[in-house]
Design a protein around this ligand. Structure first.
Ligand code: ZN
Length: 161
C-alpha cells in the first residue's frame, strides 16, 4: 500500500506515542485523530498501567470525537493507529460514527507475534475491525513501519527487539 507523506507522518507519530507508552510502563499503542483536511486534531497513547485495561488510545479518541466533533466531522475524520483497533475500540469507533482507520500492524500480525513469543492469549478475541464494524473503511498494514511496532511489542514481552 502506498501512503501519502502526510499520512505517513501521522503513522510515525503513532509509533512515537507507542514508544512513549512503553517507556511509561504502558503497552505500546499510539493513535492520532485527523480531520478531513489531514490536520491532527487529537492524539492518545495506551494508559493501561493505571489498572484500567480499557484505557486504549482508540477508545479515548472515539470519546474525544463524540465530545468535540459534529457527526459530519467525525465521518470525515481518519484515525491513524500503531496497531489495528481491538473489538472494544472498533465498536466505539463505529458507535460514534468515525470514518476511516489506517493502522501500521494488523491484529492478525500482533496475534502471530504474541503466539511466536509464547505470550498468553488476551481475554478479548482479536478480530479484524471489519468483523466488528463492517461499515468502516480500514487500511493497513503499513510495511514501512511494521518492524518498529513489532520491536516495541517484543520489548514489552521481555525481548530485546
Ligand atoms: Zn482497543
Amino acid at each position: 500500500m502506498v501512503m501519502k507523506d502526510a499520512e505517513l507522518r501521522h503513522l510515525h507519530r503513532c509509533v512515537e506515542l507507542a514508544a512513549e507508552a512503553l517507556e511509561a510502563g504502558d503497552e505500546p499503542f499510539g493513535s492520532v485523530l485527523a480531520g478531513a483536511d489531514g490536520t491532527a486534531l487529537a492524539e492518545e497513547r495506551n494508559r493501561v498501567a493505571s489498572g484500567d485495561r480499557t484505557r486504549h488510545p482508540e477508545f479515548e479518541l472515539a470519546r474525544w470525537a463524540a465530545a468535540h466533533l459534529t457527526p459530519g466531522e467525525r465521518a470525515a475524520a481518519t484515525v491513524y493507529t500503531s496497531g489495528e483497533h481491538c473489538p472494544m475500540c472498533a465498536a466505539a469507533h463505529a458507535w460514534v460514527g468515525l470514518g476511516r482507520i489506517v493502522y501500521v500492524a494488523s491484529s492478525e500480525q500482533l496475534g502471530t507475534w504474541l503466539t511466536e513469543w509464547g505470550v498468553p492469549a488476551p481475554p478479548v478475541r482479536t478480530l479484524p475491525v471489519g468483523e466488528v464494524a463492517p461499515g468502516v473503511t480500514v487500511e493497513g498494514p503499513v510495511p514501512e513501519l511494521t518492524d518498529e511496532v513489532r520491536a516495541l511489542h517484543h520489548r514489552l514481552h521481555g525481548g530485546r527487539a
